[in-house]
Write a protein that binds this ligand. Structure first.
Ligand code: RUB
Length: 308
């Protein structure tokens, strides 16, 4: 599938979730490079870079997409032939996918230590990283139940309820506005992340910050599960994370309200670090305030100082 096609599938949310977006974008760039069999390095380079631009424009919030794409271009400036360039792009894309899958396994293992037998856990939206933690804990023999928010307007909670049910984990779906009502009876909140800023703020599905606020009030630990490629090197330069706004028709159907009614549909929000108990990454469970160090250590050399 061409990079344009994958970009379209990301925009329309056929491909969704921050890690999956990044993996599919990396593989699309590999396909783009391999679909050109000629020997003109410049032609190949410009085709792959056009693909990169389309992918980066597909959804604006998840830094995983940008980090994944950057990873694919690592060392490509050193290529002197089209073959070398193609091989580098393919190798980097495969390595990114492998690293991302390994990270998910490690996050599952580390995060599972946070779940105790008998816990009641709440999750929001559909995060493969949060689900990996629940899956690992369940596999260790811990028995707990999960509350999954509906996650309006796309209702990713339905995906979560299906994913957890397939694993045999008992799950109760609630509407987003029921979060505070159930919070007093919960032991843990587990969510994913699209982007983590250098100050430790976590950008995730709209409503996450309300969940965090309710958890904070009820003293329920709020834990984020995220691979290090969800941390944003760009925020070190002071760049603000762009919050995606999607079409009004995702919230109200055509003709349901008079045309003068405005609809505002932001699909992510930022949870400040003071509401976050810990972040489970593949390099350990860290406080949100360690985000800066993670960016410098894990992403800095590759993504900041040696940018291709
Ligand atoms: C998905 C969402 C998820 C994060 C993390 O939003 O907010 O919590 O992307 O997911 P959308 P993962 O459905 O709009 O893409 O842990 O799977 O990377």
């Amino acid at each position: 599938m061409s990079a344009d096609d994958v970009a379209e599938r990301i925009s329309s949310m056929e491909i969704r979730g921050a890690a999956e977006i990044a993996r599919q974008a990396a593989l699309a760039l590999k396909e783009e490079a391999r679909s050109y069999s000629g020997s003109d390095l410049e032609e190949l380079r410009s085709r792959v870079e056009r693909g990169r631009d389309a992918l980066l424009a597909s959804r604006p919030t998840a830094i995983s997409l940008w980090n994944g794409v950057q990873y694919v271009f690592k060392d490509t400036s050193k290529a002197v032939t089209a073959d070398e360039y193609r091989d580098k792009v393919s190798e980097n894309a495969d390595r990114f996918v492998k690293r991302s899958k390994n990270a998910l396994r490690t996050i599952g293992r580390l995060g599972a230590n946070r779940i105790r037998d008998g816990d009641r856990v709440l999750t929001h939206c559909n995060s493969k990283a949060a689900i990996a933690v629940m899956a690992a804990a369940w596999e260790q023999g811990k028995r707990f139940e999960v509350f999954a928010t509906e996650s309006r307007p796309w209702r990713q909670g339905v995906l979560t309820a299906n994913d957890l049910s397939e694993l045999g984990i008992p799950v109760t779906m609630i509407i987003d506005s029921a979060v505070r009502y159930v919070m007093k009876d919960l032991d843990l909140v587990l969510v994913g992340a699209d982007t983590i800023a250098s100050n430790g703020a976590v950008i995730n599905k709209i409503g996450t910050s309300q969940v965090a606020l309710a958890a904070h009030e009820a003293r329920v630990p709020f834990t984020v599960c995220a691979e290090t490629f969800k941390f944003s090197p760009r925020t070190i330069y002071g760049e603000l994370v762009k919050i995606e706004e999607r079409d009004a028709t995702e919230v109200v159907k055509e003709g349901e309200v008079p045309p003068q009614v405005k609809v505002f549909n932001p699909v992510f929000d930022a949870t400040p670090p003071e509401y976050i108990d810990s972040i489970v990454t593949e390099i350990g469970v860290i406080p949100p305030y360690a985000a800066y160090q993670v960016i410098i250590k894990e992403l800095g050399q590759e993504f900041i100082f040696n940018e291709d």
